[in-house]
Design a protein. Structure first.
Length: 91
């Protein structure tokens, strides 16, 4: 990291993963290759794991109608959204 100011290293406190970031995928591929060749470091490379903290536990439906009349035709919109948990088999 001292040789390349665009390269960053940090440790995710929740997962314990070491996260590297750089200018793009090619940049990171080159850095990982150097780590393997020059420092004999074997690394599992991939997208960082995300710790999920909240989940939808029951169905909820929301329906909202926006009406605003300020002269002329005004504004009107209706939004209806339904949230529901995934089936247990899809986890």
């Amino acid at each position: 990291a001292a040789e390349d100011p665009s390269f960053r290293v940090k440790t995710d406190e929740e997962s314990g993963q070491t996260i590297i970031s750089g200018m793009g995928e090619l940049h990171l591929d080159i850095i990982v290759d150097r780590m393997r060749r020059e420092f004999k470091v074997e690394a599992n490379v991939g997208a960082p794991q995300v710790a999920y903290r909240e989940t939808i536990t029951r169905r909820h439906e929301q329906d909202y109608t926006h009406k605003k009349q300020t002269g002329g035709t005004g504004q009107f919109a209706r939004v209806k959204i339904v949230f529901e948990p995934n089936p247990e088999s899809s986890e």
